[in-house]
Design a protein around this ligand. Structure first.
Ligand SMILES: NC(=O)c1ccc[n+]([C@@H]2O[C@H](COP(=O)([O-])OP(=O)(O)OC[C@H]3O[C@@H](n4cnc5c(N)ncnc54)[C@H](O)[C@@H]3O)[C@@H](O)[C@H]2O)c1
Length: 390
């Protein structure tokens, strides 16, 4: 097999593994190295995926000139140093969201990537569901009319109990915001991408229901909480939010509202978004990604099922399988990587993915949300940059 590019994955927990599998689906990119602080885990993964080079200290991997691209899939506080070091070592980088833990850090990374002329992506992969791209193109072609209202939620239940624990709960590993940074950022990215509009002001209210939680004494991975038996906990104070509600404006006319929650019993991974236009409406949920509800005032409503032959022309390349064959979460990784690696090979290829600058955009929204909740007041957002693939 001819591998034209070599990738390193830093952090191989829940999402790192999906990256690893997604890279392999491209065919022309070799998973060449694994940077994982848990030595035994790195060794086992290396064995499973036939990756010879594993290291618990990622710096050792950056020294290797063979590595073309780094995927940063570690806890949030490590994103900034890992991305910075990777760019300085001349590697192209795709970094998990949130890009950093502050707007300032994010801006530094944008600058560095620009200086070095390196491909850079913030991993808002949820844009790559075929139905999401279909909505985007419906809006562009005017089928929705003027966008009036955008609403929805990103709700999960995996941190409902005070015995649920993950590094995200600790602000030192996560940054000050948990729920909004972790999943609210995906929702806001989706809202701006789909409508083509920008949030211009926000009014937010965050809540931490569990003022203390029971932290297990041994370390655990994301979504692994359900497998633990409740033993050896210590009670610790909590300073990251479980829930947030945001009312927002998108310019002079469009209005919206969303919530983000990690304590919503029964919601497994419910990113749901509704867009109401002057001609028609759409509603989509990540829990049923192949379905799209289209609402109309003077005609019967429709639920359409993903089928490439029925998708808008520009949405078709985002679906690989015929109708009735579902395309899900891990397929969004393949679609993202395909486009990202195209620009690594050919630096003049069109950018069809969110870049670091889009990660900064989410950090700006997050910063305004935190300021708003602190002040109990509306906060205006700075004018948005122009993203290559808005
Ligand atoms: N885009 C998405 O859909 C999506 C989904 C889940 C997580 N994420 C993001 O991915 C990142 C990781 O989240 P996760 O849920 O996979 O976490 P996780 O806890 O499951 O995995 C993190 C991994 O990083 C490793 N690690 C910690 N410190 C390290 C270091 N210094 N060097 C190398 N490895 C180190 C840990 O040992 C662990 O294996 C977060 O930033 C999160 O926001 C994105």
């Amino acid at each position: 097999m001819i591998h034209r590019l070599k990738a390193a994955v830093f952090g191989t927990g829940f999402v790192g593994r999906v990256h690893l599998e997604g890279i392999r689906r491209l065919g022309f990119v070799q998973v060449y190295a694994i940077g994982e602080s848990q030595k035994e885990k790195a060794r086992k993964l290396g064995e499973e995926f036939h990756v010879d080079k594993t290291a618990s200290d990622y710096h050792a991997i950056l020294e290797d000139p063979e590595v073309d691209v780094v995927h940063v899939c570690t806890p949030n506080y490590l994103h900034f140093p890992m991305v910075k070091d990777s760019l300085e070592a001349g590697k192209h980088v795709t970094c998990e969201k949130p890009l950093a833990t502050s707007v300032e850090e994010g801006r530094k990374l944008v600058e560095l990537a620009r200086e070095k002329n390196l491909a850079n992506a913030t991993f808002h992969n949820l844009r790559y569901y075929p139905m999401v791209q279909h909505i985007r193109r419906m809006r562009e072609s005017g089928e929705l009319g003027e966008i009036l209202v955008v609403q929805g939620t990103y709700s999960q239940d995996w941190l409902l109990y005070d015995t649920d624990w993950n590094w995200r709960i600790d602000s030192k590993a996560n940054g000050r915001s948990r729920c909004m940074a972790d999943i609210g950022s995906h929702w806001c990215d989706m809202a701006e991408h789909l409508t083509g509009l920008r949030m211009t002001s926000v009014c937010a209210d965050l809540q931490t229901f569990h003022k203390t939680r029971k932290r297990p004494k041994k370390s655990i991975e994301t979504f692994a909480g359900k497998m633990l038996t409740p033993e050896d906990y210590e009670e610790v104070p909590i300073d990251t939010e479980d829930f947030g509600a945001v009312v927002f404006r998108m310019g002079e006319r469009a209005r919206g509202a969303f919530t983000a929650s990690q304590v919503a019993a029964g919601c497994k991974n419910r990113l749901s978004i509704e867009i109401y236009g002057s001609k028609a409406s759409v509603a989509w949920s990540q829990e049923k990604p192949d379905e799209l509800w289209i609402g109309q005032r003077n005609a019967p409503n429709q639920v359409i099922i993903k089928d490439p032959s029925l998708l808008q022309a520009k949405a078709k390349p985002f679906a690989d399988l015929p109708g009735g064959h579902s395309e899900g979460y891990d397929d969004t990784f393949k679609q993202f990587f395909r486009r990202f690696y195209r620009t690594v090979e050919d630096r003049s290829a069109p950018v069809e993915y969110p870049q670091f600058i889009d990660g900064v955009r989410q950090l700006q929204i997050l910063s305004a949300v935190l300021e708003s909740t602190d002040k109990r007041a509306w906060v205006d957002l700075p004018a948005a940059h122009t993203a290559a693939w808005a």
